[in-house]
Write a new protein. Structure first.
Ligand SMILES: Cc1cc2nc3c(=O)[nH]c(=O)nc-3n(C[C@H](O)[C@H](O)[C@H](O)COP(=O)(O)OP(=O)(O)OC[C@H]3O[C@@H](n4cnc5c(N)ncnc54)[C@H](O)[C@@H]3O)c2cc1C
Length: 274
């Protein structure tokens, strides 16, 4: 009897696993609750570390790996740590010019498209997992539309609110850390480049102030356009419904380097989300 793996969740993790299993001749099916691959705008760029790059290199067929490398934006190399006044604490240089051992900046939407390529017969949409049962050494996996599937191994790749985990490890609950994060995008244009510190456009940074807060900044540069993504996170950050998010963040970081405050203030409202 050949082994069949059922993966619940067609996000980046589930799809990468499906590519790797398919490449190694293991029977796999992915069950995704979204009705289509473009149901939700899966925003922002992702920073892929060398470990992530190696995993993608091992899991993707060579032509998809080449496509991944070709679609990564500039701005993936190296990683810096700064304090809130933009004083350099540490820079970890990108050691490798070999793509499989490098940092990469990639659009989540593009990465997902690449990961979906060739999996038409593997990925099923509109399949919301509800529960599983053990039966005769195998598993029966049930979906909200009343259908079910049988498998030998079930993988919960259904994200941070995993329903698979909720059944398998009911004691492993999510813990609210009390930390709120707000993210936005500053377009990279001749005007913004004129005042942006060059290092912020060169590679990703983590800003570590003395207070219990932090900001991640990363450029995503493509041939024609690009943006500087930022994400501010802090304990106890209150987001009043009647105030634009970027103003709340800009106020919270008053006293930080003026260029960091400006990055936030000049990000378009519609690029900023909680
Ligand atoms: C603003 C932001 C920036 C980030 N930046 C980075 C970054 O630079 N680098 C990085 O590595 N990570 C980053 N992350 C984290 C990254 O997004 C997650 O680690 C990653 O998405 C996890 O992948 P996943 O496949 O495990 O889960 P997800 O991407 O969440 O995918 C889970 C999938 O499961 C599906 N699903 C959920 N419930 C069910 C169900 N009951 N039945 C069927 N399907 C279901 C969902 O629809 C979804 O498609 C960022 C996150 C955010 C919010």
């Amino acid at each position: 009897m050949s082994l069949h793996v059922a993966v619940v969740g067609g996000g980046v993790g589930g799809l990468c696993l499906a590519q790797g299993l398919t490449r190694n001749g293991v029977s796999v099916s992915v069950h995704e609750r979204d009705v289509t691959s473009t149901d939700r705008l899966q925003g922002y760029r992702l920073h892929i570390s060398p470990i992530g790059a190696r995993a993608l290199h091992e899991c993707l067929p060579p032509e998809l790996w080449e496509r991944f490398v070709a679609t990564t934006g500039r701005g993936g190399g190296g990683f810096g740590f700064l304090d809130e006044r933009l004083r350099r604490l540490l820079t970890v240089e990108n050691p490798a010019d070999v793509p499989a051992r490098a940092h990469h900046s990639v659009s989540r939407i593009t990465l997902r498209e690449i990961l979906l390529t060739g999996l038409d017969d593997v990925v099923g949409f509109g399949r919301r997992f509800t529960r599983y049962e053990h039966e005769d050494g195998r598993l029966t996996v049930h979906f909200a539309d009343g259908t079910s599937t049988r498998c030998d191994v079930l993988v919960g790749a259904d994200g941070a609110n995993s329903a698979v985990r909720a059944q398998y490890l009911p004691h492993a609950e999510r813990v609210d850390t009390g930390i709120t994060a707000v993210a936005g995008k500053l377009p990279l244009t001749p005007r913004t480049r004129a005042w942006l510190p060059p290092e912020l456009v060169a590679h990703a940074h983590s800003v570590i102030p003395r207070a219990a807060a932090g900001m991640f900044l990363a450029p995503h540069e493509l041939a024609e356009d690009g943006y500087l993504m930022w994400a501010y996170a802090a304990a106890g950050l209150v987001l009043p419904a009647n105030r634009p998010l970027r103003d709340v963040v800009a106020d919270a970081i008053t006293g930080w380097h003026p260029d960091l405050v400006r990055v936030v203030r000049e990000s378009p409202h519609d690029s900023v989300s909680h």
